[in-house]
Ligand binder design. Structure first.
Ligand SMILES: Cc1cc2nc3c(=O)[nH]c(=O)nc-3n(C[C@H](O)[C@H](O)[C@H](O)COP(=O)(O)OP(=O)(O)OC[C@H]3O[C@@H](n4cnc5c(N)ncnc54)[C@H](O)[C@@H]3O)c2cc1C
Length: 381
């Protein structure tokens, strides 16, 4: 398998470690967890004990060190060897929930919120999207009004990954006037009166990960839970989106690589008209097209991740990597199902699940259209 160009021996060792973990702890249960729409909570601490949950975070906040390149490699192996995208994205929800706290939080907030999540003891989620709209982040409506040493929250969030089981949720709220200058980030802990999980949502793919609708009704949250300065949350959200989009681009590559491998194995074993499917040029060319597009998406993701680590990744590059990844993935999973014929439409086949999982990527973390808006603005049309 072609790896990312940035990879060193350190990345190879990490891949081996993640592969070993996923083969043992995820793969044997992947299908059951996806069908039951849940994986065991203990998996967070098992992943942490294996040294894979806190990657990409500095040691002084409880992290295991490394950067986004290490996260991309470990996460790809968890998908390839574990074969449950829902489990991997559920395990990874802290990847979007914690960075605002790490970047802008106080030492006390790091101790209370970041460390117990990175050790696998607690689950974290990020809540930005609202039932009334997700793309127009600057227009979000959930209010947080200061009352003494608390904020009182009223509003709702939806489509929140790991929201059903989260012990803490990094919530985007309106503390000031309209538009982006009135937004703040605040951490709401499970059990806070007025904070409820109003619904566990049923969805197309990512079944093993839970997705929630959250409600805040006169919910009193200590002012000490505010992350950074009041009304400075929009900047934190935008900075977070760049890494989230790179993660998502990497996930597209990983899922496509898995669909490609499953398709090669199936085509070699299945016969029609007296020969294996790989005996047909049209099938070989489908596989060749899949491999080519995966390589192209991997190359762009690799370049943007490398620039990001160097400190010069512009948001439009992450948007380009995400759109390239999602377009590639939509194509690859469709071809994978086609190569599998009727079995590709059956629930016990991995590619059937990957086909459903893939549909999220042009939507989540900013839609395909919003990525093009970011690119258009940066290009100055
Ligand atoms: C499985 C899943 C998990 C998710 N996890 C999280 C999470 O953990 N936390 C979180 O906060 N959110 C999460 N989301 C929400 C996700 O980020 C939003 O769904 C996404 O940002 C789009 O918002 P929306 O669904 O409200 O669509 P809308 O904003 O209503 O958009 C609807 C359509 O209109 C288009 N559109 C909107 N504005 C424009 C424009 N200016 N120009 C052109 N087209 C436009 C969109 O591209 C889209 O096609 C998740 C979503 C899903 C499905």
């Amino acid at each position: 398998m072609p790896t990312y160009l940035f990879e060193t021996e350190e990345h190879a060792a990490l891949r081996a470690q993640a592969r070993k973990f996923a083969e043992r702890a995820i793969a044997p249960n992947a299908h059951a967890w996806e069908e039951n729409e849940e994986f065991p909570r203990e998996l967070y601490s098992e992943l942490a004990k294996a040294g894979l949950h806190a990657l990409g975070y500095p040691e002084d906040v409880g992290g295991a060190g490394g950067d986004i390149t290490h996260v991309l490699c470990a996460s790809e192996e968890l998908v390839l060897a574990g074969k449950s995208v829902g489990t991997v994205v559920g395990l990874g929800s802290h990847g979007i929930a914690l960075p605002p706290i790490v970047r802008f939080g106080t030492p006390e907030q790091i101790d209370r919120f970041v460390k117990p999540v990175l050790s696998g003891e607690k689950i974290a989620a990020l809540a930005i999207t609202e039932p009334g709209g997700g793309s127009d982040v600057a227009n979000l409506k959930t209010r947080a009004v200061r009352d003494g040493d608390h904020y009182v929250l009223d509003g709702a969030k939806t489509f929140i990954t790991s929201g059903v089981r989260a012990d803490l949720v990094t919530v985007a709220v309106r503390t000031g006037g309209p538009a982006h200058g009135g937004i703040s980030m605040i951490v709401v802990e499970r059990g806070t009166p007025g904070f409820t999980v109003s619904k566990k949502l049923k969805k197309t793919g990512w079944w093993a990960s839970d997705t929630a609708e959250l409600s805040f009704e006169s919910c009193r949250v200590p002012a000490a839970n505010l992350i950074g300065e009041e009304n400075s949350g929009f900047y934190a959200i935008m900075a977070n989106f760049v890494t989230e989009r790179l993660f998502l681009a990497g996930q597209c590559v990983a899922i496509a690589e898995l669909a490609y491998r499953e398709s090669i194995a199936y085509a070699r074993e299945r016969s029609a008209f007296g020969k294996n499917l790989t005996g047909f040029q049209v099938i070989r060319h489908k596989l060749a097209d899949m491999a080519t597009r995966i390589a192209a998406a991997r190359a762009l993701t690799s370049e943007v991740a490398t620039r990001f680590v160097r400190g010069d990744a512009a948001p439009q590059l992450a948007a380009m990597a995400k759109n390239t990844g999602t377009d590639m993935l939509s194509f690859v999973v469709d071809q994978a199902v086609q190569i599998h014929g009727g079995y590709g439409y059956m629930r016990e086949y991995v590619v059937e699940r990957l086909y459903r999982d893939a549909r999220l990527y042009p939507i989540g973390g900013g839609t395909r259209e919003i990525m093009n808006e970011i690119i258009s603005k940066a290009e100055g049309y």
